[in-house]
Design a protein. Structure first.
Length: 298
């Protein structure tokens, strides 16, 4: 662990997606605030109801990774929650400002947030927190132990109950954090959600990728899971390496036959899984190193 500068926060006065502001108007709509001072109203629905969405991007050596992919997912989540469509040019400009506030070398993150705003105002609240990493990311090398936990929804939850917002990246992450605490109580590091009808879904804050021999599989997003930007980048790379990675419904009982598995996400990157429930797993050292080298260097 290393000490790092305090987080920086940038508020946006959101434009409607149809607006065509001048560059100067965009610049004027983004203001840096003091991250250690109170800045958010207690009446903001993001704070009082978790009613909003977010994205977390990795920043490496002064460059945010997967900006287009994260913005596309922000737009998708906004549509799922009936939030105003984000103005992409404004978000890009704000992300550039936020990235520029971080050290030019090393790893960090941007958390971009859009809430339904102050109750009754009809105006969304939007901000970005930029922070330098405090982790040494040892899990990319040493791996993590995972336990399967029931998510309580069937695989077809998105069609059956779209109002549960499965697969949107909402601010309501209390459940995901509770799953990590439960995993820790069970002696593991993280949780792998399983649908009530027995399909492996995703980690509490990551996508799952598994390998059976030469076959690489990730659960398909029909199961109400988040479409992972890191998983997609890894799939692109695997194709250039001659694999034919697949999206499939993955039975949780089939996990006993996997030869290797990973939790992948934007800041942690690829963490090999060293145990699923009581079953130990070998780390695929070469593929893990390949994935992380590509993710760090892209
Ligand atoms: N699934 C969940 C539930 C997540 O919270 C995340 C990331 O936060 C992911 C998957 C991985 O997404 P990404 O690779 O875009 O970070």
């Amino acid at each position: 662990m290393s000490s790092s500068p305090s987080p920086r926060v940038f508020f946006l006065s959101p434009f409607p997606a149809s607006a065509e502001p001048e560059e100067t108007e965009i610049a004027a709509s983004i203001r840096e605030d003091d991250a250690s001072a109170p800045a958010l109203s207690v009446l903001d629905l993001g704070a009082s109801r978790g009613d909003g969405i977010f994205e977390t991007l990795g920043v490496i050596d002064g460059r945010a990774h997967g900006v287009d992919e994260h913005l596309a997912r922000l737009v998708r989540s906004a549509a799922m929650l009936d939030l105003p469509e984000p103005h992409l040019e404004q978000w890009r400009a704000a992300m550039e400002r936020a990235v520029a506030s971080l050290p030019r070398t090393g790893q960090g993150s941007l958390k971009i947030v859009l809430t339904r705003g102050i109750e009754g105002s009809g105006v969304p609240t939007a901000w970005i927190v930029a922070r330098a990493a405090t982790s040494d990311f040892a899990e990319r090398r040493d791996g993590i132990r995972v336990v399967t936990l029931d998510r309580g929804f069937p695989l077809d939850v998105s069609e059956r109950a779209p109002w549960l917002l499965a697969g949107a990246k909402t601010l309501s992450y209390g459940v995901n954090m509770a799953a990590i605490r439960e995993a820790k109580r069970r002696g593991a590091d993280d949780a792998l959600f399983v649908s009530s009808d027995g399909y492996a879904l995703e980690g509490s804050t990551s996508s799952l990728i598994v390998r059976f021999g030469e076959r690489i599989v990730t659960p398909s997003i029909d199961g109400g899971i988040l479409p992972g930007t890191t998983q997609a980048a890894i799939y692109g790379w695997l194709e250039t390496e001659g694999y034919r990675p697949e999206y499939a419904a993955l039975r949780a009982d089939a996990l006993r036959d996997v030869d290797a598995a990973w939790f992948v996400s934007s800041v942690r990157l690829a963490a090999p899984i060293t145990a699923i429930d009581d079953r130990p797993l070998e780390i695929d050292v070469a593929l893990t190193a390949g994935m992380n080298a590509m993710l760090l260097g892209r």
